[in-house]
Design a protein around this ligand. Structure first.
Ligand code: GLN
Length: 539
């Protein structure tokens, strides 16, 4: 395709209508038709990125290969499309203002008054078009965070208005709304949708397609009514019914012909060739598991499902590969002690200790690991989870009773986890971490070598502290191996136990790289080990 087409996805009525999933689903359908597609998220908050935001506020922070700390929706984009995203795929108001202000200081605006329109809106448009100008994509789908009518969203909506004006048929707007069902009157209500489109029109934007989130099917009459009151064609009123799993949504959107309407409205031919076989096969297996396995996720943000989004999705992918359903039990690490671990973790066939920052819940993570190690339960430790495994081994196997990470105990005489030399000088909190993709060389003959089936891998990181190499030799003598090493810096990336059926800790985050098309080998193998452990326990 000669020029890229731009599709904006906005939301009205309420937040949490699933813009991210609709964007990813549309992208999936276009990709299945042979187009190259990327998705971008514009977030209206003033933080530069979600890196320093509490997971309780904003869910997980997703990390890309190029080390960008981004909105968790980018995780959905990668999981659905199986192509990596980058910093360019996530822009916040903070970042937009920061670059405008930097330019102003450099005198780029030649003494002009710097204003929201045109300077902020131009910067937004520039960032959207950058992806189109790479020439790599037929479609740029840009999801706008927040809800139409919010003060924060105004510059974005204005940028959309201008782009629609500038690009005419190369640009379109899909607006998500809610069509609620009122039990008392037994009716679906279209008024919130009408009001939301009205608010959009006040900002000068006529949406081309309405995706209506609903609990009940939209009948013909409702579709007709929405079309009439909102100035869209009837085929552009798309039903988005609540789905059992997010992985159903591309198939539901295919049934509703969302992709066909998009192509037609952008003046492109609509043929019937699709390649969605991997996807449909995945969804079939997801819904028809042959077994079930209980795995514990030990973390400190367990109350909020979004806090461990990528880990949960990785388990979904790995479950499908193993034709099993992973029942993920989220257990608060603050509730676990050496004394109650057997009770709290009873019946789990696998234990995953989650990433995290700071002291809270650490001792519970360590107790869970002790329990998994001693009882030979499959264990996967991610980032802080791996660090806790090293601390636990130090305390209970090496006999270093005060073994710790200097993150939690700067005075420990056994800093088995410590900060890297070059990091010590950095005092600012934001942006000082080892972030993004780093190489890892896996030692031959180790368990992870077999799992990955190769010895050179690249995985994403987000941390400051590291395994302290001073202790490596002693640890290896006692049975904890450094089985993966970063070739550039010699940093330990993976540890595993010799004398255990499945005990692996990784300094990186494998969960960021698991997709529907490519479930992550560590998760796949961990789930397999959990299933086998379950079978062994029963027999
Ligand atoms: N807090 C630890 C560190 O900074 C682990 C971080 C994580 O689990 N992502 O090294």
């Amino acid at each position: 395709m000669a020029t890229a087409k731009y599709i904006f996805v906005t939301g009205g009525v309420t937040s949490s209508l699933g813009k991210g999933i609709i964007s990813a689903s549309l992208a999936k359908l276009l990709q299945a038709r042979g187009f190259s597609v990327t998705i971008q998220k514009l977030d209206p908050y003033i933080n530069i990125d979600p890196g320093t935001m509490n997971p309780y506020e904003h869910g997980e922070c997703y990390v890309t290969d190029d080390g960008a700390e981004t909105d968790l929706d980018l995780g959905h984009y990668e999981r659905f499309l199986n192509i990596p995203t980058s910093q360019a795929n996530n822009i916040t108001t903070g970042r937009v203002y920061q670059s405008v202000i930097n330019k102003e200081r450099q005198g780029v605006y030649l003494g002009k008054t710097v204003q929201v329109i045109p300077h902020i809106t131009d910067e937004i448009k520039h960032r959207v078009k950058l992806l189109g100008e790479t020439g790599d994509f037929d479609f740029i789908i840009t999801e706008i965070g927040g809800t139409v009518g919010d003060i924060e969203s105004l510059p974005y909506i204005e940028a959309v208005r201008q782009m629609k004006w500038d690009l005419s048929t190369d640009c379109m707007v899909i607006h998500l709304t809610l069509v609620p069902y009122l039990a008392a009157s037994g009716e679906l209500k279209t008024k919130p949708t009408q009001h939301s489109v009205k608010a959009f029109l006040e900002a000068g934007v006529q949406p081309d397609i309405l995706v209506c989130r609903t609990e009940r099917h939209l009948n013909d009459e409702i579709r007709q009514k929405i079309a009439l009151f909102c100035n869209v064609t009837k085929d552009a009123v798309i039903e988005s019914i609540d789905a059992k799993t997010i992985y159903d949504v591309p198939l539901l959107m295919q049934e509703e012909k969302l992709d066909q309407v998009v192509l037609r409205k952008l003046g492109l031919p609509v043929d019937s060739s699709y390649n969605l076989d991997t996807w449909t096969d995945f969804v079939y297996k997801l819904k028809n598991p042959k077994s079930e396995v209980r795995i514990g996720l030990i973390g400190k943000y367990v109350e909020l499902k979004d806090a461990y989004k990528s880990i949960a999705e990785s388990f979904t992918h790995a479950g499908v590969t193993n034709e099993t359903t992973v029942k993920l039990e989220r257990i608060h690490s603050e509730d676990i002690t050496d004394e109650n671990a057997a009770d709290k973790l009873d019946g789990l066939m696998g234990i995953l200790v989650a990433p995290g920052f700071g002291e809270r819940g650490i001792e519970g993570k360590i107790s869970s690991i002790k329990y998994a190690r001693e009882n030979k339960i499959p264990f996967l430790g991610i980032c802080m989870g791996m660090q806790c495994a090293v601390i636990e081994f130090g305390r209970n196997v090496m006999g270093y009773s005060d073994s710790h990470s200097t993150e939690m105990d700067p005075e420990t005489t056994h800093p088995v986890i410590d900060i890297m030399e070059e990091q010590k000088r950095v005092t600012l909190k934001g942006g000082t971490m080892r972030l993004g993709a780093f190489n890892c060389e896996i030692k031959k003959g180790t368990m992870v070598n077999e799992i990955y089936g190769m010895n050179k891998i690249s995985e994403r990181h987000r941390h400051r502290f590291e395994f302290n190499n001073k202790y490596l030799k002693e640890y290896e003598n006692e049975g904890m191996l450094g089985s993966g090493v970063n070739p550039e810096g010699g940093l330990i990336e993976i540890i595993e136990l010799k004398d255990h059926p499945w005990f692996i800790g990784v300094q990186f985050h494998p969960e960021y790289k698991s997709t529907v098309a490519n479930p992550h080998p560590l998760f796949v193998n961990f789930v397999r080990a959990a299933v086998e452990h379950g079978e062994a326990v029963i027999s």
